[in-house]
Design a protein around this ligand. Structure first.
Ligand code: MIC
Ligand code: SF4
Length: 657
């Protein structure tokens, strides 16, 4: 039986295990990506593990999320990151140079490589045949130190693309269609591999929009084969020599298959406040729009902004609508400016932002109360824009620009008919990507700092004690399905500046669900979180496990977990147990929960079924789905303690088995 493309790349990098679905495998990582809001912990943990030099082929530290530096704490973080990258041997991308996924795609992403990144949208370069996976910062630190990355071998699902996109339909609509069909948990434990004749009708930037937002499906990664388009794209970037031809075997055996006929895709939109709340734009038409933003790692590239610029040429946006363009990289900004498009858009009423994540996580351009914002981003979780009860829609640049022109949601096909002279701008790449300012990417051998620079906001990473035999405590909070990491540790400006100061950051834990949570958790001697399906979806931020741990939470009882968050719970020594629907329904906030078994012993010995006793009145089963390696990490009190312990016992850091 032939191999899928995913299997081929994994096979090339396999250091442990077999490529059997559901089995744990260890893979070698070629490239590592970190960004400013997860990177500080990555390097602090790298240091705490006594690692002193990057071992992967390439590591890159980007400063992209909070580049406005509203507070000295952000600037201190950036200064620390520059010094850490220089000290340990990573490339450093200066604040304002662009969003990690965009800048990485332009400069380093390469077919056939593996990458681990401390950001959930790390799979973006799957669009040019790189197998890239998002993970918590500690896993990234270990991989950067030369350790393998361990993962349950995902199911590989073939997404067969047929036909060709019609007028006004875009790559964004393809991934929105996937979300419409599969929902935000439809990709958990899966890698989506795109195949079929439709693939070659999509350019690499279009493919990366799809692989980027595959994250919203909960997928481990998404990947495209390479071909003439990949070669062509790399050549335009000036990196043609990095091209490698990659495709699945003709008789590759997939776990499942989905077929999408591109010619049937129409302009789609995700309504508030979940990326899978997808409907055809025509069904949402007529809603007044207050704000439109083009940008983010999904649709902030040069090729995403150009169609908007063409649509706006010689026109003006509606008087009641504000439109902002936040390019994904400084290179995109510079090219658009040099070609005159920036001036064209400004004349139409657009405001330009620096190249940053910014508004995507509520930093700047926070919508007004009771207003509607249309964004080309990937997430519209409630409150993420910086205001509670927000009304954020997700769509393509074309749909967003049509709304800015009309002042309301409109199917661009209808607007084109109404205006008479508005044409589908299509998709165009520059002949050559030029204008990367060399000084914005600092190579390891150009390091500018003399050792680590730690401002007063940079703290230590707290450690947890090994798992106890007895674990009991109250159900501190009961939550519904699809709780995101934005609920657990929001990323908005007021909170983001404490990412390297865990005691302070912990005060905000779950504040969006219950303001009293952090204090209640601290006052209680231990306790549990109770949640529905897909707990911890969204970001890779390990703070969403570390902060509850710091507050004394010992475990989470959930219907199911999102992949990265579950790995983060193991990494920080929190017990992730699944319960059935009936048990979930029956447990109430405040109930006393005790795990009847000797927990430390049960975890170490491989026990899967645990008994939880509630209020000393009734009992139910809870399940631990963990590999042997995860069990050892959990029992030792988390990965940092575990790896340090092994090191002290004479093992080779950063091995973690
Ligand atoms: C996000 O889109 O939620 C973020 C902010 O990029 C996060 C990373 C973080 O929390 O710092 C992600 O996607 O992993
Ligand atoms: Fe930045 Fe938004 Fe992309 Fe996260 S999803 S990396 S915040 S642009």
């Amino acid at each position: 039986m032939g191999q899928t493309l995913t299997e081929k790349i994994l096979d090339d990098h396999l250091v442990e295990g077999e490529l059997e679905t559901g089995e744990e495998i260890g893979i070698e990582i070629d490239q590592v990506l970190t960004q400013d809001t997860t990177g500080t912990l990555v390097w602090l943990q790298f240091e705490a593990l006594d690692l002193n030099e990057v071992q992967t082929e390439l590591a890159a530290q980007y400063c992209d999320h909070q580049t406005y530096q509203f507070d000295f704490k952000n600037t201190d973080d950036h200064r620390f990151l520059r010094s850490a990258a220089g000290t340990f041997g990573a490339h450093f991308s200066r604040p304002g140079n662009g969003i990690c996924h965009n800048v990485h795609k332009e400069n380093f992403a390469a077919p056939g490589k593996t990458m681990l990144g401390s950001d959930s949208h790390t799979p973006t370069p799957g669009g040019l045949g790189e197998l890239a996976i998002g993970a918590g910062g500690l896993d990234v630190a270990v991989a950067m130190g030369g350790g393998a990355y361990y993962i349950e071998m995902p199911e590989v699902v073939e997404v067969r693309l047929e036909g060709e996109l019609g007028e006004w339909a875009t790559a964004k609509d393809v991934i929105l269609e996937m979300l419409r069909r599969l929902t935000v948990k439809g990709g958990v434990g899966k890698i989506f591999e795109y195949t079929g004749p439709g693939v070659e009708t999509l350019s690499v930037p279009e493919r990366t929009t799809i692989t980027n937002m595959g994250t919203e499906l909960g997928a481990t990664s998404s990947i495209f084969p390479t071909g003439e388009n990949t070669k062509d794209y790399l050549e335009r970037l000036g990196r043609g020599d990095e091209y490698v031809e990659l495709s699945p075997d003709e008789d590759a055996d997939y776990d499942d298959r989905i077929t999408i006929d591109l010619s049937e895709i129409e302009p789609l939109i995700a309504e508030p406040s979940m990326p899978d709340n997808v409907v055809p734009v025509r069904e949402a038409a007529g809603v007044d729009v207050d704000q439109v933003i083009i940008g983010s790692c999904t649709n902030g590239a040069y090729e995403d902004i150009l169609p908007a610029a063409k649509m706006l040429e010689g026109r003006e946006i509606d008087k009641k609508t504000e439109m902002i363009v936040a390019p994904g990289s400084k290179q995109a900004s510079e090219m658009l400016a040099r070609e005159g498009w920036t001036a064209e858009m400004m004349a139409a009423g657009v405001n330009f932002s620096e190249a940053t994540c910014g508004a995507c996580i509520g930093i700047g351009h926070v919508p007004a109360s009771d207003s509607v914002s249309l964004r080309t981003f990937n997430r519209n979780f409630e409150g993420r824009s910086g205001i509670e009860n927000d009304s954020v829609y997700l769509c393509s640049p074309e749909v967003a620009t049509a709304a800015a022109l009309a002042g309301e949601i409109v199917d661009p096909r209808n607007l084109a008919e109404e205006l008479g002279d508005l044409e589908d701008p299509g998709f165009e790449m520059p002949d050559e990507y030029v204008g990367v300012s060399g000084s914005d990417l600092i190579a390891p051998d150009e390091a500018v700092d003399d050792g680590l620079v730690k401002g007063p906001n940079i703290g230590d990473v707290p450690l947890k004690d090994p798992l106890d035999a007895d674990i009991e405590g109250p159900a501190l909070l009961k939550m519904s399905d699809n709780i995101t990491t934005d609920h657990i540790i929001p990323a908005t400006q007021d909170i983001l500046m404490y990412r390297s100061n865990i005691p302070k950051l912990s005060e905000f834990t779950l504040s969006r669900v219950d303001e009293s949570f952090a204090q209640r958790a601290l006052d209680s001697d231990g306790g549990f979180l109770v949640a529905g399906e897909n707990y911890g979806q969204g970001s890779s931020r390990e703070h969403a496990a570390l902060c509850p741990m710091y507050l004394g939470v010992e475990g989470v009882l959930a219907r199911s977990f999102a992949r990265i968050h579950k790995a983060n719970l193991f990494n920080f020594g929190l017990l992730p147990l699944t319960v059935d629907e009936e048990t979930y329904e029956r447990i109430e906030e405040g109930d006393d929960i005790a795990i009847v078994d000797d927990v430390a012993e049960a975890v170490r010995s491989g026990k899967e079924e645990f008994t939880v006793r509630v209020n000393d009145e009734w009992e139910a089963s809870a399940f631990l789905d963990a590999s042997e390696r995860e069990r050892r990490i959990l029992a030792d009190g988390g990965k940092l303690t575990h790896v340090k312990q092994q090191h002290d016992e004479g093992g080779q850091a950063p091995a973690d088995d």
